[in-house]
Design a protein around this ligand. Structure first.
Ligand code: GLA
Length: 376
């Protein structure tokens, strides 16, 4: 297989052993943000913006990584706060779950923007793991791949994330959203019911950081809210967030209401009701702004501006927040006026994308992901 990532690898390090590629899509959350780490429900989808990673064995035992014009190399597999970290963490994690991994040269390319709240971090790790599995001719079950990606992100890169991104990228089915239940690992596909209604993603230009202190604090506060109520996860809170001490009450209310909105979002899709889904997206944003406190004035202004455009059904910030992007549910015919309204507010041009539900790795990488094949 030879694509942009393979060409970048050759350009960066000269022609060498044949490279192998893996690709992974980004994800958009429809409703259900900041609940995965406390066992909530999420309506989400994989999108048609992706990343590709090319890998090939290193000639001299050094680990190398290339992304755009940046190059890094190491004699040992350690993290150094640069573009090699996620790529090397992906390989290291496969080693930790018992796969033999040799030193590699790796390159990443693709149109999924980094730091935009579209799960580029999980996508780069999963694309790299798919490539490494292809290179070594090995196969993992979908659940093993999710776990390997989480080992890379949490244990090796030290990011305290939940499992939303990895599950969406692995399990999404083509043309459908996914309702994930993070307390039981349960999931259900919900077909995207419209041909003329899509999602418009727009970057604010403010880069966000899931590894940052604020994300970690939101997670700890949501966990403390659950512990104070003696519940295993946010689905059990119901109206009991009212019993929490004042400082934790908004966090408790966010996770309790957001998980219920995700169920309602799945029903809105089943009823093909864009107004209902748009309303739930609006409510989700308001909860993320007021109770979870992960929005920014710019994200709020973008959401407010796009909602005023005829043909926009609803809008919210997407991903961890603190910057990143917003997503709007729109009639396709309103795409250019929505994009123009968003660009006017953000001052960022060329960073809006009309995205569609796409297949996850269980479908697109079934040569290396899925149940063991006969003869394995
Ligand atoms: C990031 C994390 C996810 C999730 C979202 C917020 O994308 O990686 O686990 O917590 O933020 O919903």
């Amino acid at each position: 297989m030879s694509g942009d990532a393979s060409r970048l690898l050759d350009a960066a390090y000269g022609e060498g052993a044949a490279s192998v590629e893996g690709a992974a899509p980004g994800r958009v959350t429809l409703v259900g943000e900041h609940v995965d780490y406390v066992g909530g429900r999420i309506a989400c989808l994989a999108i048609d913006l992706s990343l590709q990673v090319a890998v090939r064995p290193s000639r001299d035992g050094w680990w190398r990584a290339a992304s755009g014009s940046r190059r890094v190399s190491r004699s040992q597999l350690v993290l150094a706060g640069d573009i090699g970290d996620r790529l090397f963490a992906a390989a290291l994690a496969l080693g930790r779950i018992g796969q033999a991994v040799v030193p590699l040269e790796m390159a990443v390319s693709g149109e999924l923007p980094a730091g935009a709240g579209l799960a580029s971090s999980a996508a780069v790790i999963l694309a790299a793991q798919v490539a490494v599995l292809r290179l070594s001719g090995r196969r993992l079950t979908a659940e093993e791949l999710v776990r390997a990606a989480l080992v890379a992100e949490r244990e090796i890169a030290g990011i305290p994330c939940g499992d939303l991104d990895q599950r969406a990228i692995v399990y999404a089915e083509p043309g459908a959203a996914l309702l994930l239940d993070c307390s039981r690992g349960w999931r259900r596909s919900v077909p995207w019911p419209w041909s003329g209604v899509s999602l418009l993603v727009a970057s604010s230009g403010e880069s966000h950081d899931v590894g940052g202190r604020q994300y970690r604090r939101r997670r700890e506060e949501a966990e403390r809210a659950c512990a104070a109520l003696g519940v295993a996860g946010c689905q059990e809170i119901g109206e009991r967030w009212r019993e929490l001490e004042p400082a934790l009450r908004p966090r408790g209310r966010h996770v309790a209401t957001e998980t219920r909105r995700a169920d309602a979002a799945a029903r809105a899709l089943e009823c093909a009701d864009p107004e209902a889904l748009g309303r739930l997206m609006d409510e989700s944003h308001e909860s993320l702004r007021r109770d979870c406190e992960v929005s920014t004035p710019l994200l709020d202004a973008m959401v407010t501006a796009v909602r005023l455009v005829p043909g926009c059904h609803g809008a919210r910030l997407v991903g961890a927040g603190f910057g990143g992007s917003i997503v709007a549910l729109i009639d396709d015919g309103a795409a250019s006026s929505c994009a123009a309204a968003l660009e006017k507010v953000s001052g960022v041009t060329g960073a809006t994308w009309l995205v569609h539900p796409s297949a996850g790795l269980e479908t697109t990488a079934d040569d290396v992901v899925g149940p063991p094949q006969p003869g394995w």
